[in-house]
Design a binder for this molecule. Structure first.
Ligand code: AMP
Length: 279
């Protein structure tokens, strides 16, 4: 496995691969890799001649400076895991390499970016789209792999590729979970033992919401979920929204096929997100 830190080495690798007629599968990450990331890498391995993974904690997508400072960084272990999963090139740039001009582009994703993570994390999706567009320019992948764990991000990236006429296929990958149902996340490492024990409750409540979907309206299920968190000792609900899987706009009445429940919860200072397809 090749490890690069510069844009020029990385784009040269990608250019040469393309010239030799080889397909590139790309997985952008912020490191602190876990089994969830590896499901994306293995899928990319199966579907492409070469696999490129980026590890870059993107400062401009963090709205909370403390979250950025405390984001786990485990580069040596990450590289070992990537080697084991069949990655060909790991691109690990510095902030200066990626942003010599400290520049965040401004995008118009319409209503997609105004709800949920867009509402509670101002500027977040501009930061995500800026880094992904830049990474796509550098690695010019045939396919790029994104987890449905960050479902709204996946839809934003699909919009980015459409709006900017980027010739990369976006491949969605299902949420990878721990045995107790908790969605795998780099932030789980920061949970205290008590919070870690409490956190599977989030997925459990989502499953209960799903079981209600056939014969309850969206507001009834939203109220049900809110009540489930109202006096929880460890978990504080930030939002629970039922929305169409494509539009991400809130559902007001009956649930239709393709509607999802989206949730953000604070476990102490750690913010966790998850989602579930309801019907
Ligand atoms: P991150 O390092 O958190 O930016 O995640 C990098 C990629 O891995 C994103 O496309 C995430 O959606 C995806 N990912 C992270 N956790 C999971 C998970 N538990 N299941 C599936 N994909 C995930």
């Amino acid at each position: 496995m090749t490890v690069t830190e510069t844009i020029s080495e990385t784009s040269a690798f990608a250019r040469e691969a393309r010239q030799n007629g080889r397909t590139i599968g790309f997985v952008p990450t912020m490191g602190a890799l876990h089994e969830g990331h590896l499901t994306l890498v293995r899928r990319a391995r199966k579907e492409n001649d070469l696999v490129v993974v980026s590890i870059f904690v993107n400062p401009i997508q963090f709205n909370n400076p403390d979250d950025l400072k405390k984001y786990p960084r485990t580069l040596e272990k990450d590289l070992e895991m990537l080697k084991g999963a069949g990655c060909d090139l790991a691109f690990c740039p510095s902030v200066e390499e990626m942003y010599p001009d400290n520049h965040r582009k401004s995008y118009d994703f319409g209503d997609l970016a105004r709800v949920m993570e867009g509402e509670f994390r101002p500027g977040h999706f501009d930061g995500v789209a800026t880094v992904v567009q830049r990474l796509f320019e550098i690695t010019h992948p045939h396919r790029a792999y994104f987890g449905e764990k960050d479902y709204q991000q996946l839809q934003i990236i699909r919009a980015l590729v459409r709006n900017e006429h980027i010739d990369t296929e976006i491949v969605p990958c299902p949420i990878s979970r721990e045995d107790d149902g908790l969605a795998r996340s780099s932030r789980n490492e920061r949970l205290t033992p008590a919070m870690r024990k409490a956190a599977p409750y989030i997925h459990m409540v989502l499953e209960e919401a799903r079981s209600l979907a056939a014969n309850h309206t969206a507001p009834q299920i939203v109220n049900f979920v809110k009540a489930k968190f109202s006096d929880h000792p460890h978990l504080k609900l930030e939002y629970f929204t039922i929305a169409g899987g494509n539009t991400l706009q809130a559902v007001e009445g009956r649930i239709s096929p393709g509607d999802y429940g989206f949730i953000a919860v604070f476990a102490g200072e750690i913010r966790l997100i998850d989602n579930i397809r309801l019907i």
